[in-house]
Write a protein that binds this ligand. Structure first.
Ligand SMILES: CC(C)(COP(=O)(O)OP(=O)(O)OC[C@H]1O[C@@H](n2cnc3c(N)ncnc32)[C@H](O)[C@@H]1OP(=O)(O)O)[C@@H](O)C(=O)NCCC(=O)NCCS
Length: 150
């Protein structure tokens, strides 16, 4: 298995997004503010994740970041993981961990001091993040912010 930047069309959600959103994502990727990674084996994508090295103020709402979370990310110099998903048949084999590790390395290299993730309060992913060393930093009724020092 390899962890790599996605090739064109490998992320169907992004390929189907409105042209304006794709253009903006391309710009953010080119300037290093947005990092996308896929886990691939034999040409098949088994999982994917993205990360904003710094969430632009204008995108906080779009990525589901409440104002208090956004302020916390800024103050902590935290990158934000988004859209982490491993295809159901491939879960429990270390792919999620490999994706998060790759993005943690990229975040640290870009100067981030923490790697954060939004976790909805009913998400089983809480156990996953906890296992990887993330800790809950703040939260409200809808979502919690968990983070890993880099
Ligand atoms: C959460 C998710 C990404 C985990 O990916 P994965 O490839 O199955 O996770 P891994 O196999 O890398 O697991 C890494 C560690 O976390 C543990 N873990 C994984 N899911 C867990 C869970 N739900 N509860 C407790 N621990 C969990 C594993 O046991 C493993 O521990 P170990 O390394 O000590 O053996 C995957 O289950 C998924 O795509 N879920 C649906 C989407 C989602 O919830 N995304 C996160 C949004 S906040």
């Amino acid at each position: 298995m390899e962890i790599a930047a996605p090739e064109d069309g490998e992320l169907p959600g992004l390929a189907a997004a409105p042209a304006e959103r794709r253009r903006r994502a391309r710009e953010l990727i080119e300037c290093g503010a947005l990092v996308l990674r896929v886990a691939r084996r034999d040409g098949r994508v088994l999982g994917a994740c993205s990360m904003y090295v710094e969430v632009p103020a204008g995108l906080a709402n779009e990525v589901g970041c409440a104002p208090a979370s956004w302020r916390w990310l800024q103050a902590a110099h935290a990158a934000l993981l988004t859209n982490l998903e491993v295809a159901p048949p491939w879960r429990g084999r270390g792919i999620g961990r490999a994706l998060v590790s790759a993005l943690a390395v990229a975040a640290a290299a870009a100067g981030a001091r923490e790697l954060a993730a939004r976790v909805t309060t009913d998400a089983p992913a809480r156990g996953f993040y906890s296992r990887l060393g993330f800790r809950r930093r703040l939260g409200d009724a809808a979502a919690e912010l968990w983070s890993l020092p880099l």
